[in-house]
Design a protein around this ligand. Structure first.
Ligand code: FAD
Length: 507
């Protein structure tokens, strides 16, 4: 087996996934001894949505060495402290999935949520979010990068971004081209494979030229031009658990003061997002076409924009599931070509980032080691499945029975892996995620508790603290959080202070 590293990378697709891959390869593998070519077709275009993210994106920005204020300004971004879920458990109820920690690390080996459960079960305030700086700041429309006080066990405010998908790809394109990535405009119409090994040798362009490479990254979107159409990796369909298969998306005018969070409002046949950006508000109704027509979903969306629409709704189609293998021979699929769950917890861009990080770690030889490929695919399978379970939980754990869609969700069967987690949570308020799970115990707690699953007990070691100490500890944490949040500026003022875009400054 040749250990000579791959030198010639060809990325097919210039959506978010393609330009994220180009930027990371240019930064980490360099273009001195490697050639990185990205092919995109303006005629085909990109999916053009994907605006809400989760906190690990900060790591990706750090990997690229991006200046965060510049990034926020140029992508018309806002800061995101979590997601507000409206009408999910019952119509009229809401809860918040907060980023960051709950409470503080008490350095006892037992998570804070168990102490809080003990307290709440004996009559304390049933709103655990009073112990989340992110949730409190979101409630008050505040934001800042204030660090936690040293030695307090209090973390920094944890956040992600909400940005304009098209300007994000354009931003990464500028970054990549500056670092030597070659962009080729045009349509890939065919693929040349080595007749003996089946490895891809080159892609054939519509204008008759061909582009050769050692390694091909398929970022061609849902069509999976290489991974599916050439390698027939296969698709694992999860639509029986995640039945939403369409989204109607429409931008609306900007909010005068953009909220530092995404809103996910449950609707009759799915849910609706509202993502406040600096220059506009992104909106979309994600729905299941068996329960509502495109026209009806589009008009429901338009009726509820809460501001003037800037364009007519655009309907996108998708199917929840994942490619059985993301990496086959000398081809890696990233982004929509490797699978899509649905946008409820804003995880797709994260999955691109996670696959890129893993790929850099597993950086291949010209003829990659099959054991390495198997391991990669196994790890990505785990990531997809754990996110899948988390998203399904939002639909399954509900008291809603008011429409056919919600009756289906409430009574559908669920994966055994999720059933186990729900049982554990019911018993003592924890699901024990594995270290490589994207969603931590805090996230599971926020969502399952918010959806109405109330734990019967808590961790037995949480009883070791005396009642007085527990009261004192909780009240100290609560006032530390209040102090921290009180000191924050409003989200709008924070942006105006360091990272407002031209559009926001002009507004
Ligand atoms: C309704 C909806 C909402 C979403 N919301 C979120 C969200 O809030 N957060 C999040 O993280 N993710 C979200 N996503 C997912 C997110 O949009 C995608 O993960 C992300 O945009 C990456 O897309 P992509 O680059 O894989 O594909 P695309 O954007 O589809 O890009 C495909 C690229 O391949 C090129 N191409 C295709 N065929 C050829 C060819 N033959 N020759 C040359 N070029 C070709 C196209 O021109 C294009 O450049 C959402 C997705 C949907 C559908």
């Amino acid at each position: 087996m040749s250990l000579e590293p791959a030198r010639d990378f060809v990325i097919v697709g210039g959506g978010t996934a393609g330009w994220m891959a180009a930027a990371a390869l240019a930064k980490c593998a360099g273009t001195q001894q490697r050639r990185i070519t990205l092919i995109e077709s303006e005629a085909i275009g990109t999916v053009g949505v994907g605006e809400s993210t989760i906190p690990p994106i900060q790591l990706f920005n750090r990997l690229l060495g991006i200046d965060e204020d510049e990034f926020v300004r140029e992508t018309n971004a806002t800061f995101k402290l979590g997601i507000e879920f409206v009408d999910w458990r019952r119509v009229g109820e809401r809860y918040f999935h907060n980023f960051g920690l709950l409470g503080a690390d008490l350095r006892t080996g037992v998570s804070f949520n168990h102490y809080w459960l003990r307290w709440a079960q004996s009559g304390g305030d049933p709103d655990q979010l009073r112990f989340s700086a992110e949730a409190e700041a979101a409630r008050l429309g505040k934001f800042g990068r204030t660090p936690g006080a040293a030695g307090s066990g209090q973390p920094n405010i944890n956040y992600a971004f909400q940005f304009d998908a098209s300007t994000y790809a354009a931003y990464l394109r500028r970054y990549s081209e500056k670092r030597g990535v070659i962009r080729r405009e045009g349509k890939v119409v065919d693929v040349r494979q080595d007749p003996e090994t089946g490895f891809i040798d080159a892609v054939q362009m519509e204008d008759g030229s061909s582009i050769q490479g050692d390694f091909f990254i398929d970022c061609s979107g849902f069509r999976g031009l290489l991974i599916e159409q050439v390698f027939k990796a296969g698709f694992e369909d999860w639509s029986h658990w995640l039945p939403n298969d369409r989204a109607a998306a429409a931008p609306a005018e900007r909010m005068p003061e953009p909220a530092p969070y995404t809103v996910a409002r449950a609707r009759e046949a799915g849910w609706q997002w509202r993502i406040p950006l600096q220059h506009r508000t992104g909106n979309g109704y994600v729905y299941c076409s068996s329960y509502i027509s495109d026209d009806e979903a589009s008009s429901r969306l338009v009726e509820s924009l809460g501001g003037s629409a800037l364009a007519d709704p655009r309907v996108l189609r998708f199917q929840a599931g994942r490619r059985r293998a993301s990496w086959v021979k000398n081809c890696l699929a990233l982004g929509l070509s490797s699978g899509f769950l649905e946008p409820l917890e804003s995880t797709s861009i994260h999955l691109v980032q996670a696959a890129i990080s893993k790929f850099l770690d597993f950086f291949p030889a010209r003829r990659p080691d099959p054991a390495l490929i198997d391991r990669f695919n196994e790890e990505m399978r785990f990531q997809y499945e754990s996110i899948r379970d988390f998203i399904i939980a939002h639909y399954k754990v509900t008291e809603r029975e008011d429409t056919e869609f919600w009756r289906y969700c409430r009574h559908m069967s669920i994966p055994d892996t999720l059933a186990e987690k729900l049982e554990m949570f019911r018993a003592r308020g924890e699901v024990k995620p594995r270290w490589s799970d994207i969603f931590s115990e805090v996230s599971w707690f926020a969502v399952l508790y918010g959806q109405g699953l109330t734990p019967e007990g808590y961790h037995p070691l949480a009883d070791l603290m005396s009642e007085d100490d527990l009261e004192l500890t909780l009240s100290r944490i609560r006032s530390a959080i209040r102090q921290k949040v009180d000191a924050l500026p409003s989200h709008g003022d924070f942006i105006r202070g360091c990272c407002s875009s031209r559009e926001m400054s002009a507004a």
